[in-house]
Design a binder for this molecule. Structure first.
Ligand code: NCD
Length: 322
């Protein structure tokens, strides 16, 4: 695989958090904090991406990630192309690579890609032109690097540290690219007490999530936790979705106010979205005072701006001269 960073340490692509050290992650989070504006404040407007064209290619559904890459690109002055993939030629059988080459020929500099095929982002960074970057917006169940970064940023803003925190991630861990990237980010940043919690059938194999403790009872997993992150059951990645009963799942693994009392009184409640209220989380918790779910969305724009700006700065060194 081609490297994600160039020899000067500049970010060229972002398809995984593996291999990025604490300094690299902290640099992105610091930059994201400088771009962060609360709802109601005027959004940051900059020229960091002036003259850059960003194409969003989402071959799986998305609300937050797609909208935030779009807004992040525009707020930094990029031209943005949101390809309608259902009516694009890939639906007619054109390969992903041919779609990329077509858009490269139109001077697209950055591809933001979400796809259900594991390995697709890696394949693309090995084939794009030297002046082109690829950012993964979600690779199958494998990784979702900007989500890992926005989760880390949200925790950092509230807790101001990563070491010594107890972080519980609850739900369909097995199919979750969010859990994989968020755990990777937190481990790199210094969190050691990580718990993955869910029914046995939704926990990953033992070789994955090394360093995290496993729990099959919600009450045990979230006891004393500083952060409780709830995940959706990803029925689209399961063979027999019908066998899971939503009400029975909520009784065992749903986060309601009574169970939240088992966590630290200062616990943050997180969820990457989309939420299934009444399945993994009750509305009182999702909309309650411990919830930072909409802050995660706000931080998602800032993190994507930071990643795009870092990549654009590197790309200027790899551009063709006029
Ligand atoms: C997640 C995803 O697509 O991986 N959503 C997101 O990007 N915020 C989680 C999910 O689909 O459950």
């Amino acid at each position: 695989m081609r490297a994600q960073q160039d020899t000067a340490g500049g970010l060229r692509h972002l398809i995984t958090l593996d291999g990025l050290d604490r300094e690299a992650l902290t640099g992105i989070l610091d930059r994201a904090e400088s771009y962060r504006r609360l709802p109601g404040q005027p959004a940051y407007e900059g020229r960091e991406l002036a003259g850059t064209t960003v194409a969003n290619l989402f071959f799986e559904p998305s609300t937050r990630t797609r909208a935030s890459f779009d807004l992040a690109s525009r707020r930094l002055g990029a031209h943005v192309l949101n390809l309608d993939v259902n009516s694009s030629s890939r639906a007619k059988g054109e390969t992903m690579l041919d779609t990329i080459y077509t858009l490269e020929a139109m001077n697209t500099d950055v591809f933001v890609i979400r796809d259900s095929e594991p390995g697709m982002p890696e394949f693309l960074i090995d084939h794009v032109a030297p002046h082109v970057s690829v950012i993964s917006a979600g690779e199958a169940h494998v990784s979702h690097p900007t989500q890992g970064l926005l989760d880390a940023l949200t925790i950092r803003i509230h807790k101001r540290r990563f070491a010594g925190l107890k972080v519980a991630i609850v739900g369909d861990i097995k199919h979750s690219r969010v859990a994989r990237s968020t755990v990777r980010a937190l481990q790199t940043l210094g969190t050691t007490d990580l718990r993955i919690v869910g029914p046995e059938s939704l926990l990953p194999g033992e070789h994955e999530f090394q360093g995290a403790q496993r729990f099959t009872r919600l009450e045990d997993g979230i006891a004393g936790a500083d952060v409780v992150m709830m995940l959706r059951i990803q029925k689209e990645r399961m063979a027999q979705s019908a066998s899971l009963d939503d009400a029975a799942y909520f009784r065992e693994f749903g986060l309601d106010l009574r169970r939240l009392r088992l966590a630290s009184p200062e616990a943050l409640v997180m969820h990457p979205g989309p939420m299934n209220r009444g399945v993994e989380i009750s509305s009182e918790v999702a909309d309650g005072p411990r919830s930072v779910i909409r802050e995660q969305v706000n931080n998602g724009v800032a993190v994507r701006m930071a990643v795009l700006a870092a990549i654009a700065a590197t790309l200027t060194r790899h551009r063709r001269p006029l």
